[in-house]
Design a binder for this molecule. Structure first.
Ligand SMILES: [Zn+2]
Ligand SMILES: [Zn+2]
Length: 157
């Protein structure tokens, strides 16, 4: 079982720091793009069946620089914040409406599954335009040489 599933039976009332760890595959993230373990450190506050979770996720993604096309590993950190209530305490339609809200989840009183939340949060954190470094010089449009390695010899235009 993935450790991004919190066992509520062992969670006492009040504030608990919960540390989670899983491989990318457990979170349905492709291992070719997610090259490290996924970790989470969450402060979980329990009041009866109501849970408030706040913390950070960290992982490592392999992305490709848009300028020089070199693949590199990027540390990814993301905040995770959500609330969870026990299912069945409100009206069903009300719960479905609430669940569409990103921050609200429902649990069954035994387990709280955070795999999808972790996955979505990490995917949102990926840069749209990855750059391997500040000021990457990119590839020469004529010969395709990586200009970070030095000038390619093409005449300057
Ligand atoms: Zn680059
Ligand atoms: Zn060139």
């Amino acid at each position: 079982m993935s450790s991004f599933v919190i066992d509520l039976g062992s969670l006492r009332p009040g504030l608990t720091r919960v540390e989670l760890e899983a491989g990318p595959r457990d979170l349905d993230l492709p291992e070719t793009e997610w090259t490290g373990r996924v970790r989470g450190v969450l402060d979980v506050e329990r009041t009866g069946e109501r849970l408030t979770l706040r913390g950070t996720l960290s992982a490592q993604a392999r992305v490709e620089c848009v300028r020089c096309l070199v693949a590199y590993d990027l540390p990814v950190e993301a905040r995770l914040e959500l609330f969870a209530e026990r299912a069945g305490t409100g009206r069903r339609t009300e719960e479905e409406a609430l669940e569409r809200d990103d921050y609200m989840k429902f649990h069954d009183g035994r387990k709280l599954d955070l795999r999808e939340d972790a996955r979505e949060t990490l995917l949102l954190e990926l840069p749209m335009i990855p750059r391997c470094r500040e000021g990457c010089r990119g590839l020469c449009p004529r010969c395709g040489a990586d200009l970070n390695q030095g000038p390619c010899g093409c005449p300057e235009s």
